[in-house]
Structure formats: structure tokens, C-alpha cells
Design a protein around this ligand. Structure first.
Ligand code: ADP
Length: 337
């Protein structure tokens, strides 16, 4: 499993306990925050639901948190579901018809919503009604059910998979980018204070630099390092314990984990371009995870490139792994391998 994706239930609880409870506590992404703040204020002034919002970006950057903050800003509840959870039309019809006036419906992984359900959503979003088919076939009947005016907040890691007509139905489309290290440091410092453990600037910076610009990953590292500090009977996290924690998690200087290095090793050992499917099989990860979670950071750090022939390791990747292009697969063992 990839450490910074798919949180387990304990981690989700931990995430929740540290989730910002106001826009003021939400660090960074200023322009996005401003845009949402203005839209919320205007919608409230008109006593209308907020326009539908689409939040795009890699996992762990704050999309769910923003959905909570939008509902809070609109002084309403958040109803949470996800694309994969809405398997059948009746699931979505039930969710939509139960919504109260001006409520916010959050659909995570909206790109995984079955295509047949998009139609339902269209009419609910625009006409405040859905047509539920009672019987199939030539004599089929359908009934029209009313839906209260509501705001859909969709989150996606794969904006490109949404159809153009679907995307165009969102009045507000915002993209989240990985955070600079200073902002991750700020998130870590606040979280440590909330957890009641000291985190001076130097270790905070070190942890921030290894978190690949992702708040969720930063908080998970903090969680592990806090455990270590506690076992060592330290009142605060110092550089030594932060370094030991990172080593134990096998997170290297570029924020890469074992699975990232596995990807790079596969590419350098082959020494040639590899297609997505083959690469996913070689590293034993789902293609989606490889494309959405692993590759973006490897591309950003200049270690992997996508070419028309497939994925290739860059010279920097060889350097990082300490292997020479064209050398035999056994040579050049990795740190931590
Ligand atoms: P996503 O829905 O994009 O996967 P989440 O909203 O679940 O990400 O964010 C993961 C965790 O990271 C949250 O629980 C929250 O505590 C923290 N977080 C995310 N973005 C920020 C931010 N801008 N400021 C402070 N904490 C954040």
C-alpha cells in the first residue's frame, strides 16, 4: 500500500481531529480561498445555494477539508458520498431526494461515478428534479421526483476523465497544487501544537521537506515521529528523532518511499521506456495509483518522464539511485533497499 494514499480508519480519525475548522486555519491556496470566500458571501447574501464546485488535484491536498469549510461557510450540513459508493441509480436518487434546501453534497472521486448516473446528476443540478425509471422496455414508465436546490461539490484526482458537458455544469472549478515546504511546515507546527508536542523550526522544516507538498503525508509522518518521541521520552521532536523517524519510514531526501524507488528501479533496470500497464505490474500497484499518486511527484522532482513510448527514468533518477545507465540489474543497490 502507498503510505500517503488511502488512509486506514485510525488515520482518518487522526486526520479529522486535525482538520481545519475555518478558512482562516486552512493554510495556503490563497487565491482559491479568496474565490470561494467571495462566492460563499455572495450566495449567502442572495439566500441562494452556492454554485456547484469542482475541486481537482492529487490526494491529500485538502479537497475534503474544503468541502467541509464550504458547508460551514454556507451554514449548512455536508452530505458525503463518493463516486464508487454510488453504484446504482437508486443510490444516487435516494441521496438526492433526501437533500434539504441549500445543503452541500460532496461526491469524492467523482470521476468514478458510473456514466449512467451523470444524467441523473445533470437534471438534479439544473432542473432540481430527476426522472426515475420504473420499468424498462417499450412500455417503460418513469416518475419525476423533485430535488431541493443544493450545491454539488465534486472532488477528483483525474479531471481529464470527466466529460466536457459534465465539467461545464460546475460554476466554480478550482485546482489544488502541492504546497510549498514553508506552508507544510506551518501545517505541521499547528498540528504539533494541537497534539501537545513541541516541534521547533528545524525539525519541522526537515519533515516538511520530505512530505512531497502534501498535508496528509506530512501529518502521517508527524504521527509516526510523535510516537517515536514519546517512546524516547522526549518533550519535543528534535532533528535527531525526526531523522530517525524518516529513516524508519524509509522516506529519503526527495520524499520518496520504497514504492517510488521500486518504480525507478524498474525503469533503470530496464534502461528503456516501459508502458503504464507493464510498469504497474512490475511494481505491483494499480495503474490508477501509479498515474495519480506516484508519478506526479516523480515527474515534479525530475526523476521520471512520460514519453510517447512509455515511462523512462531521467539521468537524475540514475543519480539518485546511484546506478550507472546500462549497468547490470544487480549493481547499484539503493539506500534502504
Ligand atoms: P483530500 O480530500 O484532497 O484527499 P483532505 O481534505 O482529506 O485531502 O486533507 C488531508 C488532511 O490534511 C486533512 O485532514 C487536513 O487535516 C489536512 N489539510 C489539508 N489541507 C490543509 C490545509 N490547507 N491547511 C491545513 N491542513 C490541511
Amino acid at each position: 500500500m502507498v503510505f500517503h494514499d488511502h488512509p486506514d480508519p485510525n488515520e482518518r480519525e487522526f486526520d479529522r481531529s486535525l482538520r481545519p475548522t475555518s478558512f482562516a486555519e486552512f493554510v495556503g491556496q490563497e487565491q482559491l480561498r479568496d474565490n470561494l470566500g467571495i462566492a460563499i458571501q455572495a450566495a449567502r447574501g442572495r439566500e441562494e445555494p452556492l454554485d456547484h464546485v469542482l475541486l481537482c488535484g492529487p490526494p491529500g491536498l485538502g479537497k475534503t477539508t474544503l468541502a467541509h469549510l464550504i458547508a460551514l461557510g454556507m451554514a449548512t450540513d455536508l452530505v458525503i458520498t463518493s463516486g464508487p459508493a454510488l453504484g446504482a441509480p437508486r443510490d444516487l436518487a435516494g441521496t438526492l431526494t433526501r437533500l434539504q434546501r441549500n445543503q452541500v453534497l460532496f461526491i469524492d472521486e467523482i470521476h468514478r461515478l458510473p456514466k449512467v448516473l451523470e444524467e441523473y446528476l445533470y437534471s438534479a443540478m439544473e432542473d432540481h428534479a430527476i426522472d426515475v425509471v420504473l420499468d424498462q422496455g417499450p412500455g417503460g414508465r418513469s416518475v419525476r421526483l423533485g430535488v431541493q436546490p443544493f450545491t454539488l461539490v465534486g472532488a477528483t484526482t483525474r479531471e481529464g476523465l470527466l466529460s466536457a458537458p459534465f465539467r461545464s455544469r460546475f460554476g466554480i472549478v478550482e485546482r489544488l497544487e502541492p504546497y510549498p515546504a514553508e506552508e507544510i511546515q506551518q501545517i505541521l507546527t499547528r498540528a504539533a501544537a494541537r497534539l501537545g508536542i513541541g516541534l521547533p523550526a528545524a525539525p519541522a522544516r526537515l519533515l516538511a521537506e520530505r512530505s512531497r507538498g502534501t498535508p496528509r503525508m506530512a501529518l502521517r509522518i508527524l504521527r509516526r515521529v510523535r510516537d517515536l518521541a514519546q517512546v524516547r521520552e522526549l518533550q519535543e521532536i528534535d532533528v535527531a528523532v525526526a531523522t530517525e523517524g524518516l529513516d524508519r519510514l524509509r522516506i529519503d531526501g526527495l520524499g520518496l518511499e520504497e514504492v517510488d524507488r521500486r518504480v525507478l528501479r524498474a525503469l533503470t533496470q530496464r534502461g528503456d521506456a516501459i508502458g503504464l500497464k507493464t510498469l504497474a505490474a512490475m511494481v505491483d500497484e494499480a495503474e490508477d495509483t501509479l498515474e495519480d499518486v506516484l508519478e506526479p511527484h516523480l515527474i515534479r522532482t525530475g526523476l521520471l518522464a512520460r514519453t510517447p513510448r512509455g515511462r523512462v527514468a531521467t539521468p537524475r533518477a540514475y543519480e539518485h539511485l546511484g546506478v550507472t545507465p546500462g549497468s547490470s540489474p544487480q549493481s547499484g543497490e539503493l539506500p534502504f533497499s
